[in-house]
Design a protein around this ligand. Structure first.
Ligand code: ADP
Ligand code: MG
Length: 269
């Protein structure tokens, strides 16, 4: 046990940063294909990182590794003071048991390009399913929380509608509310607006911007450069399974130092 005098976890680094996610030398292969070739990244509590890069550069794979959807082949990912997939027992590292993996995953919310709502459930039922089924919180409490979340994403009047009766942008906002219902410490977004009609993108980005302003830690894979410029604390440009450059939005988007970044930005803007 830590004595009271010892600093509590999470550990503060020299620069007074509170890392929530730390990736060091992360490698991932699919057979012979090397998809991640040594990714080093850090996201601090309360920060928003936007991950940009051409298709196939490994962005989704990286998010999936954080969320236990893929297993890494090298390096390490630390989340909230713990190694992803490994637990410390009796002073030794062990592969996590399914129950421990599930616990770790509960701290991480994920929103995909396709909304993946349960089609046979209403918006409200989609949101309360995991809090009741997994977190075992009382139904009345889950329902009250779901109504609050629907208000927050601008869908207070849509609780009883099924996904088919909602626009793509509304479905995506329900998906965000559903992830938030588990009270995650980290939200991962994988191109959350890429499948939406252009006129529906703004409402989803507004919700994400509000979430960022509320202090949520977020990693956002997106081609929305305006969002990255306005909301990100750090922008990371990936290509070919490596981080090409990272820094403030002003630096990476306004004055990129690598030709590959420049070429990519010219294409997306
Ligand atoms: P991005 O999200 O940046 O577009 P991905 O992480 O989806 O890139 O993919 C990176 C590379 O890994 C691509 O070449 C893709 O074809 C390959 N890939 C992704 N998932 C798999 C998989 N399950 N099996 C084999 N190859 C995969
Ligand atoms: Mg992707």
């Amino acid at each position: 046990m830590n004595s009271i005098l010892e600093s509590p976890s999470p550990v503060r680094t020299d620069e007074n940063r509170l890392p929530l996610v730390q990736a060091q030398g992360v490698r991932k292969n699919y057979g012979q294909l090397q998809v991640l070739k040594g990714i080093d990244l850090q996201v601090d509590a309360g920060q928003v990182m936007c991950l940009l890069g051409p298709s196939g550069s490994g962005k989704s794979t990286f998010l999936r590794c954080i969320n236990h959807l893929e297993r890494i082949d090298g390096g390490r990912i630390n989340f909230d003071g713990e190694l992803i997939g490994y637990a410390q027992r009796n002073g030794k590292l062990h592969e996590m048991k399914p129950r421990e993996v599930a616990r770790q995953r509960r701290g991480i919310g994920m929103v995909f390009q396709r909304f993946n709502l349960f089609p046979h459930l209403t918006a409200l039922e989609n949101i309360i399913a995991a809090p009741i089924g997994i977190k075992r919180i009382p139904k009345a409490q889950a329902i009250a929380q779901a109504h609050e979340l629907l208000e927050q994403v601008g869908l207070g009047d849509k609780a009883s509608l099924h996904p088919a009766k909602l626009s793509g942008g509304q479905q995506q906002r329900v998906a965000i509310a559903r992830a938030l219902a588990m009270e995650p410490k980290l939200m991962l977004f994988d191109e959350p607006t890429s499948a939406l009609d252009p006129e529906l993108v703004g409402d989803v980005l507004d919700v994400m911007q509000k979430l960022a302003a509320s202090g949520m830690t977020m990693i956002v894979v997106t081609h929305e450069i305006g969002f990255a410029r306005n909301v990100a604390d750090e922008v990371v440009f990936m290509d070919g399974g490596v981080v090409v450059e990272s820094g403030s939005p002003a630096a990476v988007l306004g004055n990129p130092s690598h030709e590959r970044t420049r070429a990519f930005l010219e294409n997306v803007i």
